[in-house]
Design a protein. Structure first.
Length: 256
């Protein structure tokens, strides 16, 4: 029995070793960042599309409520998606920090004079933008999922939670700053992910990134439209018809 089990054990060790070597390499970390970045892009685009129901006019509050309820009715699927997103964020941030540390170790003395040739403001602000986005994620979950500080917060009422949440000028301002950072992050990240995975070839015009521009502009403006609409008074007080029996706990409930 022991002899028969050895090949499987050796195969498992070899697989673990290959995975470890992949993760330890700079190329491997960039691939991990590319894949997790694409997962993040898929999420923010879907999230943005859901938020645009705020502009539905009559019935917008009900549409947003039904959307929130629908998400929670998926049960285990919702938690699976949350787990994938959490893992993707953790891997993305870890790989980014480790690559930054390697770059600094490779050049402990900074350039005396650095003149970017084909880099963009998006690529030069990835680190700062990443920090802003991490802070925003924490704030947004506390704000719109747990309702910390949101006036008259109600679970499964995202329409009024967003409307009331953006009545605070500082929250609205932070949201817009974060969306600007998101747009820049998406612009460089989408392009870099495609290049890393070999989906884009080197170009004689490296700054012409149509797909990345489209993703960044549409997503950032789509998100920013909601707080801007709230500031302009486009969202009126409207109470959705809540389901008679809400069995979702306060921990798992929340609104986008």
């Amino acid at each position: 029995m022991a002899i028969a089990a050895m090949p499987a054990r050796d195969s498992s060790r070899a697989s673990t070793s290959r995975l470890r070597r992949f993760w330890d390499s700079s190329v491997g970390k960039k691939v991990v960042m590319a894949v997790t970045g694409i997962i993040g892009i898929g999420f923010v685009v879907g999230h943005m599309a859901g938020n645009l129901q705020m502009f539905k006019g009559t019935g917008a509050a009900q549409a947003m409520h039904d959307y929130a309820v629908l998400l929670r009715k998926t049960g285990g699927l919702l938690w699976l998606v949350r787990g994938v997103l959490l893992g993707a964020v953790a891997l993305h941030v870890t790989a980014a920090l480790q690559l930054i540390a390697r770059n600094r170790a490779a050049r402990p003395v900074a350039y005396g004079l650095l003149k970017p040739q084909v880099s963009t403001i998006a690529s030069r602000t990835m680190r700062v933008g990443g920090i802003i986005l991490l802070a925003f994620i924490v704030f947004h979950i506390a704000d719109m999922t747990f309702g910390l500080g949101v006036p008259d917060f109600r679970h499964l009422d995202p329409y009024n939670n967003l409307r009331n949440g953006f009545s605070r000028w500082w929250a609205l301002a932070f949201y817009l700053v974060a969306m600007a950072a998101l747009g820049l992050h998406l612009y460089h990240g989408a392009w870099a992910s495609l290049r890393t995975l070999g989906a884009r070839r080197p170009s004689s015009q490296p700054l012409h990134r149509n797909i990345a521009i489209a993703i960044a502009v549409i997503t950032a403006l789509g998100f920013a439209a909601v707080p801007i609409g709230a500031a302009l008074g486009l969202f009126t007080d409207d109470t959705p018809i809540m389901e008679e029996r809400q069995t979702v706990s306060a921990f798992t409930e929340g609104a986008r």
